[in-house]
Design a binder for this molecule. Structure first.
Ligand code: SF4
Ligand code: SF4
Length: 365
């Protein structure tokens, strides 16, 4: 493996994890094409291995239940360029960001439908210029707002320093990534300096009451493995994170979600480049757990992209697998129509059904 590749703006750390300064798409990496990714996943290019189709492993179609979560990927602009990002987000993603008109259409849908939770993700959602207005409007509608915050954004620029207070005023449920409670593993996956800023941001969140018992302000952490392996047991990881973060930094939080890395975008690229693709897919398939199917997040979630298209989940969104429904865009939103759809499945779905399963809220089964 080469140690430095200028053409792809990446380098490898001692842990073998790829560090990037730019997204796949701005470096003309083939893996930025969703067609190419799907060809790789289906053994048509780059890799020889053919794996049993996910749909035949499941043995039946997957259908939705009542929509509980309206997840909006508000944009791909991010202050970080993490090695395993399935969104291919980064500071260079300035175009793919939701505009005010599209957010207004989302608000109208939320007004018209009994969908209790709005889950805002990105990129770094806070970098969208309409973020604060949108959160306030959702709060006025009585919706529960979740925000997927990468933590470092709070420390990145003085204009974001008051985010903890803003979140608290709007009772936003903050869900934050923290790959590990040590600098080496966190910076190895997410970039130099990320751990230090994440700890500083967690302290700021604790100061305003987030993750503090009795405050009602929810702060959950997301753990995902730093390489080509499945996450450990969620309860054990939570207890380890709680005791280590408390002992080392006096930080508290509510729950930890253990999430499996799905073979999509930069993580798929990482698997192929490091020669781990076949082994990883085999481990996902060997760990297939049918009892995860009922709880798959694609059943109770609708995922909306920055340009208003509708998907079964954020992963399908990144593979441009739009919903199998005549309602494909929020401008034509028809809930009755969407409820009759079959979820679009492909080989990446093995990541959601391995072991205890995986969703944006962690384990399923
Ligand atoms: S912080 Fe999140 S969205 Fe941003 S690059 Fe990292 S994984 Fe992707
Ligand atoms: S990747 Fe999406 S569509 Fe596939 S099983 Fe997971 S949540 Fe469902």
């Amino acid at each position: 493996m080469c140690s430095y590749q200028i053409n792809q703006a990446i380098f490898y750390t001692k842990m073998g994890v790829k560090q990037r300064s730019k997204s796949l798409s701005t470096t003309d990496n083939k893996m930025s094409s969703t067609f190419y990714q799907l060809d790789v996943l289906n053994g048509k290019t780059l890799v020889d291995d053919q794996f049993e189709p996910f749909i035949s492993k499941v043995g039946h179609t997957i259908t939705p239940v009542k929509t509980a979560i309206f997840q909006i990927n508000i944009g791909k602009l991010c202050n970080q360029t993490c090695a395993h990002c399935h969104v291919d987000a980064g500071p260079d993603k300035k175009v793919e960001n939701m505009d005010r008109a599209t957010l207004e259409t989302c608000l109208q849908i939320l007004k018209d439908h009994d969908i209790p939770t709005v889950d805002i993700t990105g990129g770094a959602p806070e970098m969208n210029p309409h973020f604060r207005w949108f959160v306030e409007e959702c709060t006025k509608l009585g919706k529960k707002v979740m925000n997927r915050c990468n933590l470092t954004i709070i420390m990145a620029n003085p204009k974001y320093h008051d985010l903890p207070e803003f979140f608290a005023e709007n009772k936003v449920h903050v869900v934050s990534s923290l790959p590990y409670f040590t600098k080496t593993r966190t910076d190895g996956q997410r970039g130099d300096g990320v751990f230090e800023d994440s700890i500083a941001a967690l302290k700021r969140l604790n100061e305003v009451g987030y993750g503090v018992e009795g405050s009602g302000l929810m702060l959950d952490l997301v753990y995902n493995p730093s390489g080509a392996f499945l996450p450990g047991d969620q309860a054990s990881l939570q207890s380890e994170f709680k005791s280590q973060l408390s002992r080392r930094y006096d930080i508290t939080f509510n729950s930890l979600f253990a999430i499996t890395n799905l073979p999509v975008s930069r993580f798929l690229d990482y698997l192929v480049e490091t020669g781990n693709y076949s082994e990883y897919m085999t481990s996902l398939i060997d760990a297939f757990n049918p009892s995860t199917i009922d709880g798959l997040m694609c059943r109770n979630t609708l995922s909306v992209s920055w340009d208003g298209y509708i998907y079964d989940c954020d992963f399908n969104q990144m593979l441009d697998l739009k919903v199998a429904s005549s309602t494909k865009h929020i401008k034509d939103f028809n809930m009755a129509d969407l409820m009759t759809r079959k979820v679009v499945l492909n080989q990446h779905c093995y990541g959601c059904t391995a072991g205890a399963g995986s969703s944006c809220g962690g384990e399923i089964a």
